[in-house]
Design a protein. Structure first.
Length: 136
C-alpha cells in the first residue's frame, strides 16, 4: 500500500499527528495551538471555527456584564459580536473580542482570559512580523 497525501494511510497519519498536537491552551470553549485558535461550537447547531494568528488584527479584553453578553448562550449582539455556544458564560467575568477584519467579531470567553490574552499578544505579533518579512 503506497502512502499518498490524499490516500487512506496518509490521512490516518495526519489524523494521528493532529491528535498528538500540543495545545498551548485548551478548555471546553476554545483550543489554541502554534498555528491558531479553534473556537468550539461556533456554528449552530455544531461546527468549529479555526482562526490563524495571521488573521488576527487585534483584540480587546473587556468585562462581561448582564447587558453586554454575559447571559447570551449563542448568537450575535447589536454591536456585531458573535458569541459561540458557551453554557457557562454567565459565571465568567471577562471576554476577549477578536478583530479579524470582518463585519462580525468573534468573542472568546475562556476559563483563563489572562493566559489567553498573553498567548494572543505573543502569537499574533509574531505572525504579523512573519507575514511582513521580505521574502527576498
Amino acid at each position: 500500500m503506497s502512502e499518498t497525501d490524499d490516500g487512506a494511510v496518509g490521512g490516518w497519519r495526519n489524523l494521528l499527528r493532529f491528535r498528538r498536537r500540543q495545545w498551548l491552551y485548551s478548555d471546553h470553549v476554545l483550543r489554541m495551538d502554534d498555528r491558531g485558535i479553534v473556537i468550539r461550537h461556533y456554528y449552530w447547531p455544531a461546527g468549529n471555527k479555526r482562526i490563524s494568528y495571521r488573521e488576527i488584527e487585534g483584540f480587546t479584553r473587556r468585562p462581561l456584564k448582564a447587558w453586554h453578553g454575559q447571559y447570551r448562550v449563542q448568537g450575535i449582539d447589536f454591536r456585531r459580536r458573535w458569541y459561540s455556544r458557551d453554557r457557562t458564560r454567565g459565571e465568567k467575568e471577562s471576554a476577549i473580542d477578536l478583530d479579524i477584519g470582518g463585519l462580525v467579531r468573534p468573542v472568546l470567553t475562556p476559563d483563563d482570559p489572562q493566559w489567553v490574552a498573553e498567548i494572543l499578544t505573543e502569537r499574533a505579533a509574531a505572525a504579523r512580523d512573519d507575514g511582513d518579512a521580505d521574502p527576498s
